[in-house]
Design a protein around this ligand. Structure first.
Ligand code: IMP
Length: 412
């Protein structure tokens, strides 16, 4: 039995990680986020109620699970308070369950302004960011001028830090982007007010995680975005600003690699991407439209329509090399129910995708519970993917609901 599982997006994000994190955290003690920020969008459907989380780990809906935000996450206190309010309205208790690192770099309003101003200036060449200030906040972390959650506790040095940060950014905002600047005192007051609400949530995350392991507790590490959006390994520069791949878990939470037992790749049965950048198997025809309509392919964070295409096994092979997945969860298989023919890209030739064609199964699989009850053509599709990738497909998700899964292997 595993004591720790990492759940990572294997494509460009939006593979359906939130649902699987929710499913697996049901039997675990803690869930840890280690990168990204409120650019993520995890849609959870429980008893026909939809909850969309951006920042707080998806395990929060299970009442005994601890939800930990590691140092690798860039933290917007405004986004945090919005999400806490939604959870409180839904009568979900977070006290003593939501825990975070004082080393989290803060996303400040100035980062959001910079993110938006940059995208505007780039025009057609824009990255298509979520506009949440993610990139500028990570830049400040790396440049060592960022403000971290723990910095707020020292009001003597905080104002100085804010002034230094704003000195730099206000100059660029005013002179280069010709846009509004930010006031240091106002930011200082706001951070101090917010800190009082959150200071009791702060813990030493590496120590806390280690103590959970020494008590034989089970932990899920919840990835955000996907491998192809990784700052180092993704389709740069059309990427996010964090390490979405397996290495991000260790640097972004302080857990040791020795502690990770199993890495689950979340793979959508086709491909989607939001924002700009290369997309080899993108469809511009009726099939793309059908994928988008049947898969409700609109971003959970920005509401933008996602670009859709066939499954790309070449890109997935790359994802496997980098992350060393133990198993795969194939999601949204039911979206393919109505297709006459389904294609999978098996290689690139002259910069073009080469496809293998499959006959569709043309029946509703959303209520299937056992692998053997899937139509033969669906099993053929799954088994070919598994054979090519040489990684076992351990879960199949066949609908948005919590219970719509075919579990091939037990995890906890
Ligand atoms: P940023 O993370 O807001 O800087 O955006 C950089 C790129 O990552 C853009 O193409 C976004 O659309 C993409 N991105 C960020 N978060 C997500 C996500 O949760 N799912 C899918 N794409 C994302």
């Amino acid at each position: 039995m595993n004591r720790s599982i990492a759940i990572l997006g294997a494509q460009w994000g939006d593979e359906g990680k939130g649902k699987i994190v929710d499913l697996l955290t049901k039997n675990c003690d803690a869930v840890v986020r280690f990168q990204g920020g409120h650019n993520a969008g995890h849609t959870l459907v429980v008893d026909n109620e939809t909850t969309i989380l951006h920042l707080i780990p998806s395990g929060i809906l299970h009442k005994d699970v601890k939800c930990i935000i590691g140092n690798g996450v860039v933290l917007s206190l405004d986004a945090l308070s919005e999400e806490i309010n939604i959870l409180k309205t839904n009568k979900i208790n977070i006290e003593g369950r939501l825990l975070m690192s004082d080393n989290c770099p803060l996303i400040l309003p100035v980062h959001i302004a910079l993110d938006k101003a940059r995208e505007l200036k780039k025009g057609k060449a824009k990255i298509g960011t979520t506009g949440r200030g993610i990139g500028p906040a990570y830049e400040d972390k790396i440049s060592r001028r960022g403000i971290r959650l723990g910095d707020i506790s020292n009001s003597e040095t905080l104002l100085e830090k804010i002034e230094e940060l704003l000195d730099y950014h206000n100059y660029i905002l005013k002179n280069y982007y010709k846009s509004d600047t930010f006031d240091a005192l106002q930011m200082f007051d706001q951070l101090n007010n917010q800190y009082n609400s959150y200071k009791d949530y702060i813990i030493d995350v590496p120590n806390y995680i280690e103590s959970l392991f020494s008590q034989n507790k089970r932990i899920v590490f919840e990835g955000a975005q996907g491998t192809l959006l990784d700052i180092d390994h993704g389709t740069y520069p059309f990427v996010t600003s964090s390490n979405t791949t397996v290495g991000g878990i260790f640097t972004g939470s302080g857990v040791s690699p020795k502690r990770l037992d199993y890495t689950l790749a979340i793979v959508k049965a086709y491909t989607t991407r939001v924002g700009s950048g290369p997309f080899m198997t993108e469809l511009f025809d009726i099939n793309g439209k059908l994928l988008s309509d049947r898969g409700h392919e609109y971003g959970a964070t920005t509401g933008r329509q996602r670009r859709c295409g066939w499954l790309d096994l070449v890109a997935l092979k790359r994802s496997i090399i980098i992350n060393g997945y133990s198993g795969i969860c194939l999601t949204k298989l039911d979206v393919l129910d109505e297709f006459e023919t389904i294609k999978i890209c098996i290689e690139y030739k002259n910069n073009k995708p080469i496809y293998k064609e499959y006959k569709g199964w043309k029946e509703n699989i959303s209520k299937v519970k056992k692998y053997d009850d899937l139509p033969e053509n669906a099993r053929k599709y799954i088994e070919d993917i598994q054979k090519y990738l040489d990684v076992p497909i351990d879960i199949i998700s066949n609908g948005p609901g919590r219970e719509q899964n075919i579990i091939v292997r037990k995890f906890f």
